[in-house]
Design a protein around this ligand. Structure first.
Ligand code: A2P
Length: 315
């Protein structure tokens, strides 16, 4: 499997286990299955509401000594209600406590969007704080402090457009090390990948399989299926793999990290085995033609009349 390299030489396995939407009652087993079957990269976030259950898996696996903490890359993300200077490090410490860890390998600002501290998920315009009230640089400077304090080894962002990255980079010499974004054949993000590559920013692909298990209110009625796409299915047949494996391999082969979510033992195993396939030039060309800028996670749930968030992705 490919590894992504960070500026200090640290490396991260390209394929990791995603935990967004993993039910509390299933995620402990899923993470244990992953770590017992060769995964060395687990992606978490405070807002997934399951970090304590993920932490139970870490505690059990690391304590029985079969897998060492230092051999696993663990990412988590700062939720939007903790962007204020005084809230960043306490939120990180809560995540470390829940995950039963001393440090994270990577900590990301989850969205370039801020909420009031007591808001879990916003329902009205007043639930937000504007980026004038809490500038992203204020949040970022605390992320830098967290790294200096040894609470996290690397810091980055998620859901940042090129514009948002540029704005942040204009105000700091601590360039984000990662941008985690939605990325799959329907949203190939070529311009963003080029920008990130030029600036030494690694990229992680989320929703690589189309996140079909999202809540209904986050779904468009007529959204296309990635797993049922005829081109993906044809290529899967050609290589003797599953459509999911082709989608995961495509991201890995393009040099990004990719974090398919599964709580199913067979699919957890097969997703890691995607690395063993090799897509040829024809496959890559055919998949390149599938790009039509479709987002499954379109950020519209943060755009409300009367708040200051409009067109979060600048597209
Ligand atoms: P399950 O957890 O039952 O395996 P994404 O990573 O894009 O958010 O997609 C996650 C969804 O894809 C979940 O519904 C998950 O279900 C399903 N899934 C995970 N791996 C595969 C696979 N190899 N083939 C088909 N569906 C998969």
């Amino acid at each position: 499997m490919k590894k992504l390299k960070f500026r200090n030489g640290d490396t991260m396995d390209a394929i990791g286990l995603g935990t967004w939407k993993s039910e509390k009652g299933e995620v402990t087993k899923a993470v244990k299955t992953a770590l017992n079957n060769g995964y060395k990269h687990i992606d978490c976030a405070a807002t997934y509401g399951n970090e304590a259950e993920v932490g139970e898996a870490f505690s059990e696996i690391f304590n029985n000594g079969k897998v060492k903490r230092e051999d696993v890359w663990i990412t988590s993300k700062l939720w939007n209600n903790a962007h204020k200077q005084e809230d960043v490090i306490p939120a990180l410490k809560q995540t470390l406590k829940d995950l039963q860890l001393d440090y994270l390998d990577l900590y990301l600002i989850h969205w370039p969007v801020a909420f009031k501290p007591d808001v879990g998920f916003p329902e009205k315009a007043e639930d937000f704080l504007s980026l004038e009230e809490v500038p992203l640089i204020e949040t970022w400077n605390e992320m830098v402090k967290a790294k200096e304090q040894g609470l996290v080894k690397h810091i980055g962002v998620s859901n940042f457009s090129i514009e948002k990255l540029k704005d942040l980079m204009a105000e700091t010499d601590q360039i984000p090390e990662m941008n985690q974004v939605e990325l799959h054949p329907y949203l190939q993000q070529n311009k963003l990948l080029e920008f990130c590559s030029k600036n030494g920013i690694n990229v992680t692909a989320y929703s690589p399989l189309g996140s079909g298990d999202r809540p209904d209110e986050m779904k468009a009625a007529d959204e296309p299926s990635l797993l049922e796409n005829p081109v993906i299915n044809k290529i899967a047949k050609k290589h003797g793999g599953s459509p999911g494996q082709i989608l995961i391999k495509w991201s890995e082969q393009r040099g990004t990290a990719v974090i398919p979510k599964s709580t199913n033992e067979d699919r957890i195993k097969q997703n890691l085995m995607s690395a063993g396939y090799q897509l040829d030039e024809d496959d890559m060309k055919e998949i390149a033609d599938l790009d039509y800028h479709f987002r499954y996670v379109n950020g519209k749930f943060f755009e409300m009349e009367g708040n200051s968030y409009e067109n979060i992705y600048n597209d």
